[in-house]
Design a protein around this ligand. Structure first.
Ligand SMILES: [Zn+2]
Length: 109
């Protein structure tokens, strides 16, 4: 809501509330699943892109070093580093779909 970038302790862990405006970052029970879903979709899109580009670059050869290792690295590292951003993106989508109620207080600077 405030645009603060300080919503996470590190890329794989998000605060429960925004430290700047006190927005509840899990407004509905289980809404973190939406962020995980976005994270999963992005990871699969990038993973399949890496595999397809790897096959094209190797001329259709199944190379462990050119396809499997980059695919493993992407499938492990990308979800970890994009987790906080995907949670924040999901919170933004929730705010579009379900704007704040009057009883959801914010600290306005
Ligand atoms: Zn905020």
């Amino acid at each position: 809501m405030c645009g603060s970038r300080e919503i996470s302790r590190h890329p794989a862990q998000v605060y429960d509330r925004c430290p700047t405006c006190d927005l509840d970052l899990e407004r509905q029970v289980g809404s973190f699943i939406g962020g995980i879903g976005l994270n999963t979709i992005l990871a699969f899109v990038v993973l399949f892109s890496v595999i397809i580009v790897g096959f094209i670059a190797t001329g259709g050869e199944a190379s462990v070093t050119r396809i499997l290792l980059p695919a493993l690295a992407v499938s492990v590292l990308l979800p970890l580093f994009f987790y906080a951003r995907s949670r924040l993106l999901w919170v933004a989508l929730e705010l579009i779909w379900w704007p704040l109620d009057a009883d959801e207080t914010l600290i306005v600077n």
